[in-house]
Structure formats: C-alpha cells, structure tokens
Design a protein around this ligand. Structure first.
Ligand code: AMP
Length: 184
C-alpha cells in the first residue's frame, strides 16, 4: 500500500534509524536531506561546496539549495508509490513548499510523525556518537536551530490534524513498535 510519511524529530532522536526501518518495511524510499547533503559534501559537488560551511556550523543550509533537491527527488519514478521524508521540512517555508509540490504531484502525505526526545538525552547521545560535525558547541547549536524552526512546523501540521507524536525516549524496539502502530 502507498505510504507517504513526513518524519520530524531532532538530531539524535533516532529518526534516521527508525526512518530506515519504516522504509524497508513499507518498501518506500528513505529520503534524508541530511544524507543527501553529506554525500554531496563527500563528493565535493557544487551543492556540497555551498552546503558545507552551514552544516559545519550546525545551521540550516539555505532553502534555495534544498527545495530543488526535494522536488527532483519526489518526482523520481521510485517515489511514485510512497516515500518517507527524514529531515525535511525543517521550517515553515519548506513545509509550505512541500504542500504545493504535493498538489502538483497529485499526492497526499498520509501522516506526519513527530519523534520527541528531551534535549539532555539528545546531547548525551550525540556526544557519544561523535560524527565529524558533532562537537558539543555544534550539537547545542543544531538543537537550538532545530527547536527554533521545528516549533512552527509542528504547529503548521497540528492545525491540519495529521500530526502524531511518538515518545523517542524509550528502548529502540519500543519506538519501532509505537511508530508502526502510528503508521498502520
Ligand atoms: P540532519 O542529518 O538531518 O541532522 O542534517 C544535517 C545538516 O544538514 C543540518 O544540520 C543542516 O545543516 C543540513 N540540513 C539537512 N536537512 C536540511 C533541510 N531540510 N534544510 C536545511 N538544512 C538541512
């Protein structure tokens, strides 16, 4: 069955891992803007070169770099029967763009999932993970940027009554279970 899922949640919430599981379970592409950007940085493409400084500082990259990318990705053949968006939309402008894009593509999001984890748990997890862009200052900045932009996005979807909030501060298997119940 077609599944189109928008997956919100802060860095370190386990969103990437859970999105991958949902993607495999429902056989839909996992579209992670963070992964696409990291790949572009690694390949030193023009997108990667433009995005790198923002990412290193924990800031969002400008919408102009992201919106085309998402439009291309969702217009791809393999996205015709569903997708899970991970890391997009990150602000209300992106959410409004997505809404317009879905109308153009004649698609509807089935569900918006919001994975919640307290900040102190996130900092602990992210410090333990220590990705290249994860030092404590960048981590705190990424969380600050996330919350600043996510609150209005969550509000945007709340008003449409499609938002389901999941407690991400549980054992991983339990989070997976809660998410699959929310999606089914
Ligand atoms: P993530 O792996 O989703 O935490 O993304 C890593 C970094 O990529 C973020 O800190 C941003 O710099 C950038 N990024 C990812 N997705 C977006 C987006 N939708 N809009 C702007 N920047 C993004």
């Amino acid at each position: 069955m077609t599944k189109r899922l928008i997956f919100l949640g802060p860095p370190g919430s386990g969103k990437g891992t859970q999105a991958q599981k949902l993607s495999e379970h429902h056989q839909i592409p996992h579209v992670s803007t963070g992964d696409i950007l990291r790949e572009a940085v690694a390949q030193q493409t023009s997108l990667g070169k433009e995005a790198k400084d923002y990412m290193d500082k924990g800031e969002l990259v400008p919408d102009t770099l992201i919106l085309n990318l998402i439009q291309d990705r969702l217009s791809h053949d393999d996205a015709a029967n569903g997708w899970i968006l991970d890391g997009f939309p990150r602000n209300v402008n992106q959410a409004a763009f997505l809404e317009e894009l879905l109308i153009k593509l004649n698609q509807n999001a089935d569900c918006v999932l919001n994975l919640e984890v307290p900040d102190d748990v996130l900092v602990e997890r992210l410090l333990a993970r220590q990705r290249k862009d994860d030092n404590e200052e960048t981590i705190r900045r990424r969380l600050e940027v996330y919350h600043h932009n996510a609150v209005p996005v969550i509000d945007f979807y709340h008003q449409k009554q499609t938002l389901k909030t999941i407690d991400g501060n549980q054992e991983m298997e339990q989070v997976t279970k809660s998410l699959s119940e929310a999606v089914s």
